[in-house]
Design a protein around this ligand. Structure first.
Ligand SMILES: Cc1cc2nc3c(=O)[nH]c(=O)nc-3n(C[C@H](O)[C@H](O)[C@H](O)COP(=O)(O)OP(=O)(O)OC[C@H]3O[C@@H](n4cnc5c(N)ncnc54)[C@H](O)[C@@H]3O)c2cc1C
Length: 402
């Protein structure tokens, strides 16, 4: 296995490093101030400025494995260190048009969209002029098992009529969210994995209502994690994504890359927390010497470095498998990192908060909010237990003779 960056990725990495140092980190406090003044779901001007600068620097849509006129064309392995770098800042991914849930939605439209669907929705998403949401989870049924999804999508002449209640829908509170990709049941009598379909729902359709915004451990996300109801929502039959009954197949295509991208960014969040931990340990004096002179603080730093390196190698390995053998073969490896990385990042963030004392839990440092995100990652895109099940089943399948 060769985890060396290709020359193109190395050049992009250096450019992104400069962009993060010169543009993104200095913009973080401005972003917070503008957001506080404008309202939590509004777009701060500084983000639009960052997006324009990223685009000009050729740092746009790096996540997209398919090359397009709007950028893209990197392997998963080449994207991994870039996503990690962007994940060091809460505002990094969006500045590069590489933030979820749009990234997964753009991949779906690239892979399964018709020419018309691409022109209407993919083009503005790749252009960064609109945002989107992915509506799968429902409050009434266990989302860990997507066969439970109850939202109905019923054919009526040239239309489909959609009824259902979804929640935890990331991005739905953003005023620029114009598209929802909805998963629901088109045929309750079909074989289990052919019952579901995905359909494109313009967010301004009559019957789509964003009911409320959910907080994550008390944090209100800028783009929102919302409860959304769909009541007799009527869309043209041509809005179906792929074909009727292909919802599961499409969901798998979406979630594989989405999961590894989360992990790449999480490693960046852990790296930043470790850097801050070291800086604090060297500058803060207690009991007559810097905190970093204490063996226990050194252990926190050393454990963090070891765990980050382990998690990064596991992630690179999964990326390498995806590039070399495809997302299906890499399934268990992706599940493994989806469990290992948020757990690792949570531990590192926790240690960093501890070394910072009270300050670490405040809004003056990025650890507390990042910690809430890592905690949520243990649930979103599949809870840990479901991924552990995938890893265990994959492992046991090797002993078919037993
Ligand atoms: C911040 C955030 C953002 C999200 N964004 C989106 C989004 O944009 N779109 C969307 O559709 N959804 C989104 N989700 C929803 C997320 O994907 C679901 O919460 C997740 O899939 C789990 O479904 P559930 O909440 O219904 O939990 P349930 O399915 O009710 O599961 C509850 C618990 O049961 C246990 N469990 C489940 N299966 C097993 C098993 N096989 N073995 C052992 N224990 C098990 C686990 O501990 C699990 O956490 C988001 C969630 C969060 C927190």
């Amino acid at each position: 296995m060769d985890f060396d960056l290709t020359p193109r990725a190395k050049e992009l990495y250096d450019r992104l490093q400069t962009f993060m140092d010169e543009k993104v980190y200095p913009a973080e406090s401005v972003y917070e101030e503008q957001l506080a003044a404008a309202g939590i779901h509004e777009q701060p001007q500084v983000m639009e400025d960052l997006k324009a600068a990223a685009r000009k620097a050729g740092l746009w849509n790096l996540f997209l494995p398919h090359a397009t006129e709007w950028g893209g064309g990197l392997s998963n392995l080449d994207y991994a260190p870039l996503a990690e770098l962007s994940g060091r800042s809460m505002i990094g991914p969006e500045a590069l048009n590489c933030s979820p849930p749009d990234t997964g939605n753009m991949e779906l439209l690239t892979m399964f969209g018709t020419d018309d669907q691409k022109a209407q929705w993919l083009a503005p998403l790749l252009d960064g002029t609109m945002r989107s949401a992915f509506l799968m989870t429902e409050p009434e049924v266990a989302g860990s098992d997507a066969t439970n999804i109850a939202c109905s999508i019923v054919r009526d002449g040239d239309d489909y009529v959609i009824n259902g209640r979804k929640w935890w829908i990331s991005g739905a509170a953003d005023p620029r969210c114009r598209l929802g990709i909805v998963m629901g049941k088109t045929d309750p009598d079909a074989p289990t994995f052919r019952q579901q379909s995905m359909i494109l729902v313009p967010f301004d359709s009559p019957g789509v209502e964003v009911v409320r915004d959910l907080l994550v451990l008390g944090y209100n996300h800028k783009a929102g994690h919302c409860e959304v109801t769909l009541t007799d929502v009527r869309v043209p039959a041509s809005n179906i994504l792929g074909s009727e009954g292909s919802g599961f197949e499409i969901a798998q295509a979406r979630l594989g890359p989405g999961r590894i991208h989360h992990c790449m960014r999480s490693i960046g969040a852990a790296e930043r927390a470790l850097e801050l931990m070291c800086r604090r340990a060297k500058s803060r004096i207690a009991f007559g010497r810097p905190l970093g002179d204490q063996g226990l603080v050194q252990k926190a730093i050393a454990d963090s470095r070891i765990e980050i390196e382990q998690a990064r190698l596991l992630t690179y390995h999964a990326a390498w498998l995806m590039d070399r053998h495809g997302n299906k073969v890499a399934r268990a490896a992706i599940s493994a990192i989806k469990v290992a990385v948020p757990a690792m990042a949570s531990r590192v963030l926790d240690r960093s908060m501890q070394v910072h004392g009270g300050a670490g839990l405040s809004q003056d440092f990025p650890m507390a909010e990042a910690f809430a995100r890592q905690r949520a990652l243990r649930l979103l895109d599949g809870p840990d237990e479901v991924h552990l099940r995938t890893v265990a089943r994959h492992e046991m399948a090797r002993y078919a003779d037993a």
